[in-house]
Write a protein of this length. Structure first.
Length: 221
């Protein structure tokens, strides 16, 4: 990967921008999972390959079902690297932070809630659990303002309502901890989620249970 620019390094992977990649005008994103030195090399290769394939499959499954996600270009399993579309836009986190001083007056929060709720409903209908739903992993494309779900590094497939409820709870906590006065916005997200996902009732019941457990942990410390 020549001329690659490091954008982000997390606990699991490094994310690079490749300014030129085939015919992609914006270049592409290369997400490279690095070895865990505390693991046996053979075991590490197996586990890393499994995670790379799982992430790519979840991305493809969501894209195929009509959710806006980065387009997959190439999966290099031996190099533990996924090449995907570079999204030009702004994160939902930054959009909300930019408008926080005006209590989000310049944002159509109903439309934003519809976009987020619809995308999450479609995702869970495919039994894909994101695993790291935050406002940093939701983007709005330049020009169209379409909502894009990104970073499926912790994603997996599950039919269990509780797993999907935890997904929603993680996003709710991200809203409450980073974006004041967005409780109503999140409730609208859930309303739109329920319209799209036919099995949402079981998930939302579990969400109430997860919330209760979260409050108890907070009280106990």
């Amino acid at each position: 990967m020549q001329d690659r620019l490091l954008i982000k390094q997390g606990a699991e992977a490094r994310v690079y921008h490749l300014p030129s990649f085939l015919t992609a005008p914006e270049g592409c994103i290369a997400k490279e999972r690095f070895p865990k030195l505390y693991r046996h090399p053979d075991l590490d290769r197996q586990l890393t390959a499994k995670r790379v394939v799982q992430e790519a499959r979840c991305l493809y499954k969501c894209k195929k079902s009509g959710i806006d996600t980065p387009t997959l270009y190439f999966v290099d399993v031996p190099a533990s690297t996924i090449y995907m579309e570079r999204i030009s836009g702004i994160t939902v986190k930054q959009r909300l932070l930019n408008s926080q001083a005006t209590s989000y007056a310049d944002i159509d929060t109903d439309l934003l809630a519809q976009k987020i709720g619809t995308s999450l409903g479609k995702m869970h209908a495919q039994d894909v659990v994101h695993g790291d739903l935050t406002t940093s992993n939701l983007m709005l494309r330049d020009g169209s303002d379409a909502l894009v779900v990104i970073d499926f590094g912790l994603s997996y497939v599950s039919v269990f309502p509780e797993d999907k409820a935890v997904d929603l709870y993680v996003l709710e906590r991200a809203f409450s901890s980073t974006h004041p006065n967005t409780a109503e916005l999140f409730e609208k997200i859930l309303e739109n989620y329920a319209k799209i996902y036919k099995q949402s009732k079981a998930v939302l019941r579990k969400l109430d249970e997860v919330r209760l457990r979260g409050r108890k942990r907070s009280m106990i410390g």
